[in-house]
Ligand binder design. Structure first.
Ligand code: SAH
Length: 251
């Protein structure tokens, strides 16, 4: 049996209770060593066999998994954040299915949630944005043409951009082709929830320069949108004049 587990964004106490339990019981752990906090591996029992998938191909991961499964072992495949975002899990799940190996998934706290917490921000503010666009710049992995940054930026919604900290010059240019201006607030959140976390706020027009000044090239998210500015409408849900399914209006 293979358990895909979201490790959370970095802090070791941000794995779920279920994920931690699966790690404690695992015989074999294959972890994404480029981003998973190695301190989490301290949860594993002494006899557990650990593999860093950053040094393996998909075929090698599958070979290790198949052998361990045939020996009746419990396998944890530990991915950073939540496995459903940029986790390359679909190709693993399909291959496991083909081989008749069963698996399940345990979600994790994605880094985009960790980054909001670090910035003490709410992505969906009434009167500002009710939409969060999660995307990335095209790198060695292409992005479908209809999803280019400029077209997504046309909405002026909240944007969270993964895997692009090394491409800030191009990213800034593309974002400015949309509804944002050079004054739209942005933030670079480096290693959210890790001890070395940094939240660097700047106007969008200074994004690339801010990244350069602080030497940020990876493990960061770019947040853009007016949710980082001062203004918003208060929520209807907690408005005394508004009746909800749980509360009558009092005024
Ligand atoms: N599945 C992961 C994302 C994996 S892709 C998740 O849900 O978070 C790897 C990218 O995620 C990095 O390039 C970076 O953009 C982002 N990332 C991962 N952990 C991060 C963290 N703690 N702080 C900021 N960005 C992070």
């Amino acid at each position: 049996m293979v358990h895909f587990v979201g490790a959370g964004p970095g802090a070791t106490d941000l794995i779920t209770v279920r994920g931690a339990e699966l790690l404690r019981n695992a015989d074999v752990v294959i972890y994404a060593g480029s981003l998973v906090n190695p301190a989490l591996l301290g949860l594993c029992r002494p006899g557990a066999v650990l593999y860093n998938s950053a040094q393996l191909t998909l075929e090698q991961v599958l070979d290790i998994t198949q052998k361990a499964d045939a020996a009746g072992q419990q396998i944890v495949r530990l991915h950073t954040g939540d496995p459903c975002l940029y986790g390359a899990i679909r190709e693993q799940m399909d291959a496991l299915q083909k081989r008749g190996i069963s698996f399940d998934l345990t979600p994790g706290v994605s880094s985009f949630c960790g980054a909001a917490a670090a910035a003490q921000a709410e992505y969906t503010l009434p009167g500002v944005s009710q939409t969060v666009i999660i995307t990335r710049m095209a790198g060695r992995t292409p992005v479908p043409e209809g999803e280019n940054i400029a077209s997504l930026a046309a909405h002026g919604a909240t944007m969270v951009i993964f895997l692009s900290a090394g491409l800030l010059d191009g990213l800034q240019v593309e974002l400015l082709k949309g509804a944002y201006t050079a004054q739209t607030p942005a933030a670079l959140v480096y290693k959210a929830t890790w001890p070395e976390e940094k939240v660097l706020r700047c106007p969008l027009g200074e994004l690339a320069e801010t990244g350069r000044r602080h030497g940020i090239r990876n493990t960061a998210l770019v947040l853009v949108g007016d949710f980082l500015a001062a203004g918003y409408d208060r929520s209807r849900l907690y408005d005394p004049t508004f009746t909800t399914g749980f509360r009558e209006a009092s005024q």
